[in-house]
Design a binder for this molecule. Structure first.
Ligand code: F0G
Length: 457
């Protein structure tokens, strides 16, 4: 057997990448106030800002788009997608939304009350924000191994069951449901084991609490279970997915990830307990329950995408791609969160810029350097994203300085990854010349999206 794992698709429609020189990129980054979020996408060679809604649809999906039934109520496309979701999740109720955070907002709005508390392995930003907006406390209880970047563990996304059990004892009355995010994006795209899902669900059940899963990357999680968890090597991805869902009472989904579409999301619920307020909230915010903020053609593309997203050859290639980039980084002496996750590689900026003071935002500086050196756009996950300027003008900093490179699905080929590995190695070799930054202008909330910077020295 040849060792090279090829992309299990060929390319029918292409989108040219505009080449730029370093001198041009220097000007473009200056004009973007040293913030890659403010660049125009066409000035980026390799756009690894996010894996969300950025992938390539298949010819089957584009074909399905033409079959979209755009009826306001009772569209055929709704029933087609409903059947696919019911079959994968085993849940009776399917409610479409325009993306993941809308699913969160509608579900939490329907079932949460001020003063409650929701445990999760790690809440994604929008999940936490939607809970906190309602006055609900969001607690992250990932296992200790999940917080150590260089430690290798097969399921770093697992939730710490002892801490959940203790919380249920002391705060049970405040907990409306437990959540679990698969894979754990915030923790590096790390998977949750089937045993952990099963035991967490059982623990919640003993306390009469339902389990709601955030399933954006359920297919990647299933592939990790197949590759790493004893007893699953011979089980199909579909059966693993069905078992994962069998332990949950409900889920929120951003279909922009493992749904393989550019826009979409949904809520699925096993029984009737929440469906009425959810449907009412949906009508208020998203639309009639058979379209929920999406066009009929979007529903069709998602019905096909959910099936393509659980294809084993595709998933094997996808996880291997991230692992491959990790191997190249290892060889270049660049640190990253280990093992590599499903959708992204998180570079530890401190291993490239050990001398740079945190007040000069090393992960932000590395992000800028990747763009300048090779036109690569990643996202800083460090003190710009999570730090704060306090009222007295002093700054708080984050414990880790990471740069996330997140990979759109079916979009970039191996040579793009080889190129990126070379660029990263080159940046490391020239690290002494990388300049830190200072913030010149920032909004009060979510500052990384729009803040402006100048060179620190
Ligand atoms: N949950 C998780 C785990 C996510 O990663 C995201 C989005 C959402 C919920 C919200 O979904 O964007 O469709 O509203 N993550 C993207 C990212 C934005 O870049 O990681 P959405």
């Amino acid at each position: 057997m040849p060792k090279t794992l090829i992309e299990p698709f060929r390319i029918k429609s292409i989108e040219p990448i505009k080449m730029t020189t370093r001198a041009q990129r220097e000007q473009l980054l200056e004009a973007a106030r040293l913030n890659v979020f403010l660049l125009r996408a066409e000035d980026v060679l390799i756009d690894w800002l996010t894996d969300s809604g950025t992938g390539a649809m298949s010819s089957r999906q584009w074909g399905a788009v033409m079959e979209g039934d755009e009826s306001y109520a009772g569209a055929r496309s709704f029933y087609r997608l409903e059947r696919v979701v019911q079959e994968l999740t085993g849940m009776a109720h399917f409610v479409p939304t325009h993306q993941g955070r809308a699913a969160e907002k509608v579900l939490f709005g329907a079932v949460c009350e001020r003063g409650q508390l929701v445990p999760n392995n790690c809440h994604f930003d929008t999940t936490r924000a939607n809970l906190e907006y309602l006055g609900v406390e969001a607690q992250d209880l990932v296992i200790a191994e999940g917080l150590q970047p260089s430690l290798v563990h097969p399921f770093k996304g697992n939730i710490d069951l002892a801490r959940v059990a203790a919380l249920l004892e002391t705060e049970g009355a405040r907990i409306p449901f437990g959540m679990l995010t698969v894979t754990n994006n915030t923790g590096g795209g790390q998977p949750v084991s089937m045993a952990n899902i099963r035991d967490y669900a059982a623990l919640l059940k003993r306390h009469g609490k339902p389990l709601v899963m955030d399933v954006c990357r359920f297919a990647e999680n299933a592939m990790f279970i197949k590759m790493r968890e004893p007893g699953y090597a011979q089980v199909s991805i579909r059966a693993i997915v069905q078992e994962m869902f069998s332990y949950a009472d409900g889920c929120t989904m951003s279909a922009k990830k493992d749904g393989m579409v550019n826009m979409g999301g949904f809520i699925a619920l096993r029984d009737d307990r929440w469906i009425e307020p959810v449907r009412n909230g949906l009508i208020l915010a998203e639309g009639f329950p058979t379209y929920g903020g999406l066009a009929g053609r979007d529903l069709e593309a998602l019905a096909v995408g959910l099936e393509e997203g659980i294809d084993e050859d595709y998933l094997r290639y996808r996880l291997r791609t991230a692992e491959y980039l990790g191997e190249r980084l290892e060889a270049a002496g660049v640190g990253f969160m280990k093992p590599t996750g499903g959708h992204a590689v998180y570079i530890d900026a401190r291993t490239v810029l050990p001398q740079m003071p945190v007040a000069q935002y090393p992960a932000w500086a590395l992000c800028n350097a990747l763009y300048l050196e090779g036109g690569i756009r990643g996202v800083e996950v460090g003190s710009v994203m999570f730090g704060k300027r306090l009222a007295d003008g002093t700054e708080t900093f984050h414990a880790m300085e990471l740069v996330r490179l997140a990979f759109p699905r079916r979009m970039y080929t191996q040579s793009h990854f080889d190129y990126a590995a070379e660029v990263i190695a080159e940046v490391k070799a020239k690290a002494a010349a990388i300049r830190g930054v200072r913030i010149t202008k920032q909004p009060r909330l979510l500052r990384h999206f729009t803040a402006e910077f100048a060179w620190a020295s």
